[in-house]
Each structure stands twice: as C-alpha cells, then as structure tokens.
Design a protein around this ligand. Sequence first.
Ligand SMILES: [Zn+2]
Length: 486
Amino acid sequence: MSDLLLANARMVGRDGTPTDVLIEDGLVSAIAPAIAPGDREVVDLGGRFVAPGLWDNHVHMEQWALVRQRLDVSAASSAAETVALVKARIREDRPADRDLLVGYGFRDALWSDAPTAETLDAAGAFPVALVSADLHAVWLNRAGLALVGQPDHATGLLREQAAFDASGIITAIDSSRMDEWVGEAAAAAAARGVVGVVDLEMTLSIDAWAERVGAGTRALRVRPGVYPADLDAVIARRLRTGDVIPGTEGLVTMGPAKIITDGSLNTRTAYCHDPYPVGGGVGIPSFSVDELTGLMGRAHEHGLDLAVHAIGDRANTVALDAFAAVGCRGSIEHAQLLRPADVARFAALGIVASVQPEHAMDDRDIAEVYWAGRTGRAFVLDSLVAAGVPLRLGSDAPVAPLDPWVAMAAAVTRARDGREPWHPEQRLTPAVALASSTDGRESVVAGSLADLVVLDADPLAGDPEALRTMPVAATLLGGRFTHRAL
Ligand SMILES: [Zn+2]
C-alpha cells in the first residue's frame, strides 16, 4: 500500500486550523502540522474538510443497481411527455452494449392521449419497456414487444398477467451484467463519500460479492446479511458476523441475520398496538413471539448478530422482547413507530436503531392518515439519541437513494421540497447525524482506519439544507482513493 500525505486538511469537528494527515499501511498514522513528505505522494487538500468515511447501514444493492439503470418517467402527465423523456434518454446516453431501455413509474389513468407502441416508436427504434407505477402495466414499443415475445400485440400496453410475464423477461439479467451494474452503483456511492454498506439483499450475496471483488469492484466494504431461508447454509459454512469472506481482500465480512417481523406503513401491514384509523386492523406480524425467539436464538447460537425489521410499535415491542429473551446483539431496522417505554428499552438492551430518515419525508402525509394522532411517536430520532441508543442512518436503497447526505439532510431538517419541518422536535444536529453515518467512528484520529471523506464544505456549519447536495472531493478506503475529484 503506497503511503500518502494529505496536506492542508481541516478536520471536521476540530478548530478549523489546517493540518497534515499522514496515511501509512491503510491507517492514519499521524495528524500534525507540517509533516515532512519524504518520498510520499502529497495531495494538497487546500483547506478542504476531512471526516470519517460514510456508511449506509441498510441497502439492497442489486435492487438499487437495477433501479439506477432505469429511466424514471413518473413526472410525465401524458403519453407524449413520457415519449419525450424516453427520447431524451436515448439521445443523451444510448447504451451501446445494452439491449433494452427500461423505464418505470408512469401513471396513465388520467392521460388524454393513449400509450401505444406506435407513439413510443416515435422515440426511436431502440427497444423500450416502461413499467407502470403500480407494476400492473407494461408499455412497450414494437422492438420491445418483439423482445418479450409479443410482436403482434394490438396496442403495446400490456396489463395484469401479460404485464407480469413481460416484467419477468425484462428484469431478468445475467449475473455478469448484474455484477457490472453493482460495480457502477458502488463507484457512484464512493463518489458520495461512502466507504461501506450493510447489504440486506434478499438472496445470499456473499459469493457474488467475492466474485465482484475478484473482478475489480473494490469501492466499498460490504457486510452482506443472511435471511432465514439461507441461515442453514451460512451456519454450515461456520460464518459468524464479522468474519472475512475469503478472497475479498478483507473488504467483505459476514453481516447480520436479517429477520422481517412485520409489513410496512403504506400497506397498513406494519404491526401496531392500536388499530389503523383507516381500514382497521393492527397490521400483520410475520412470526409468533416463540417463532421469532427461536429463530433469533439459532442465529445467535452460531455467532450471528441480528438485524430485525420492525416498523409498527407493536412489532418493535415484540422484537425488543425477543432481544431480551435471547440476549443477543444487533439492530432493529426501521423502528418507525415507538412507544416511549420501548425507546428506553433500546438503550437498556444496547440495541442499535437502524433508521432511514428520508422515509419520514416520503411518508409524512400517509403517516398523518394511517398513524393519525401518533406521529409524535414516529421517526423519533432525537428521542433515541437522547436516551443513549446507538443510532445508524441508512437509505434502504432503492426505497431512498444510496446517498448518506440525503439521509443526513432529512434527519437534520425533517423537511424537503420547501415544506415546513415535520415534527421538528425530533431533528438531529449535523454533528449527531454525521456521527450516525460513520459506522460509529466519531472522528479521525491517529490510528484510525484511513477510510476518509474529503469535503468542499464543513458539514457542521452553514445551511443544513445544503447537506443534501454536499460536494464530495474525494473518498479513501484503507488509504486508497475510491473517488478523486481534486
Ligand atoms: Zn430493506
């Protein structure tokens, strides 16, 4: 590993005096003014700001890689507007080696013009398939119809089963293409300052990650999780949380066992203590308490930490009961609605709250309906911090973009799109939001891993809304540049 001297750095959270940062063997070995460069490479940061590298504690990397390749047409309010978006995309970035442009998000119910293969053909001869926002329709041009085995379809707009069949064909990609797209997504994450992710992809991805690293995807540290369906396979391989996956240069380590215990707010399946005011019911638990405790106990026995998905307040109560009964370590993923007593129990049990602040911005309106009268207990980030609960921010990409600055901005402002803040009493300070995005590393000190992000602005000062688009000048992983724009 080549050594490196970062000159004229300002350390985030310190007094702002420029200093030098010496990196040796993947570690920060010294932070001091005027370090003699010797024969090391010197990079003058010109007073830019240095912080620990960022982590996203909850992503679905393959799903995110797929979505990144797709064209978002949700803003279009007619077939003609949709065609214009497709045309612009084909013009600006015609992917020579790709055989199909996939778009998503159209809503044709109120359009005055009809989505047909012929109108879509106006965008060009390149095969195009657009999936509707509700996933129940697929709109294709003639070249796209040929690709899904429907060359003579009358209109080009497939609905229901025909749409599901077409979706299956257009989303099936081979693993080498997937690895290429995951590599691009990893590089894009590094360009936002990310050095690591917890990958909670539903299919076991440890071997895929080993292959990706072997093929040159080295932009991120990855902790792949395991779901119950693959738990036995991981146990049989004697992999414990934290173990390095062989052949990954130490970049990929076994992540947690992931267990989903309830549904979601939008589908009213998040498991709650109180009935939903609309539609009734209290949501749907995925397991009985005994089943959950048994599953968590088995993972714990074999050295795996737990990552337990719980959104409704009752799902969180049950998950905390199970953590207490099993005595294991881990996180609750989402923790969107909480009783105050359970906030205290998170702290007492030492359970990490792994939260996605941008979901609060996406779901604030629906929460006011489905959790009417309870939103003071929703996304209680500051209450968790005040109680001493270890907090980790994430995106749940592709639900929100894999960009920790988006999560931090949402946590600090509780606002987006010029709206008034939503429950501003639960805002985090920028310092807490940043410290919750660095895998527990509060600051860069001598002896730290040289996983660093170099920023053009001080994230702790200035307009918090500017966090959303924070300019990232460079990212280093173990002292190696994974992104460099300076
Ligand atoms: Zn998820």
